[in-house]
Design a protein around this ligand. Structure first.
Ligand code: 45D
Length: 166
């Protein structure tokens, strides 16, 4: 798979990755909120997405207790080696994006732990949000793919861990 990545987009990925995991989660959710109805699973390019796989991953998270739902998302960002982060790492980038989208929708319909109502986005994250808002829709999608792609653990790229059996 290959996409054109502008320097700005990859700078931005690095800037996101420089935030702590919780701030990344919060920022990502604010982005979802900003995008509003712009994203639908029928968006162009849906051909490379596997909705059933994204949903299977999502359902695993949904079935966890609330605090665990949050921890799984932190694990993905921190690239901790777990069963779920490896399953995530094995799916295509657009499927990863759909999975995150399902999570954010789950936050809105009460099946996934919501943001604290009084949460304030830190200043440096607010600036990154403004940069994303300033991008064209297509650029945003490319950026999101590049952001979610390296999350989790690529099961083909890590040694077998005898302690966890993973
Ligand atoms: O208590 O081609 C904090 C598809 C603080 C279709 C917290 C697509 C402490 C095919 C950590 C903040 C739709 C896939 C709690 C294209 C605390 C296709 C919790 C496009 C509780 C192009 C924070 C898809 C949490 C797109 C839980 C564009 C935060 C998808 C969670 C975009 C944040 C998806 C989440 C986006 C953010 C998803 C889950 C922007 C998700 C954002």
């Amino acid at each position: 798979m290959s996409y054109v990545t502008s320097n700005t987009a990859s700078d931005l990925v690095e800037a996101f990755q420089g935030l702590d995991a919780d701030t990344q989660l919060a920022l990502f959710y604010f982005i979802y909120k900003e995008m509003g109805g712009a994203v639908t699973p029928a968006a162009p390019g849906a051909s490379t997405v596997s909705p059933a796989i994204a949903e299977g991953l999502f359902n695993q998270v949904k079935d966890l207790p609330r605090e665990e739902q949050l921890n799984v998302q932190r694990d993905l960002i921190a690239r901790r080696n777990t069963q779920l982060t490896r399953e995530y790492g094995a799916v295509g980038d657009t499927t990863k994006l759909l999975f995150w989208y399902l999570l954010s929708q789950g936050m809105d319909n009460g099946t996934i732990i919501p943001m604290p109502a009084d949460y304030q986005l830190p200043q440096e994250a607010q600036q990154l949000l403004d940069r994303v808002k300033a991008m064209e829709f297509e650029q945003q999608i490319t950026f999101f793919r590049n952001y979610v792609a390296p999350m989790g653990v690529d099961p083909n790229a890590v040694e077998h861990d005898s302690e966890t059996g993973l």
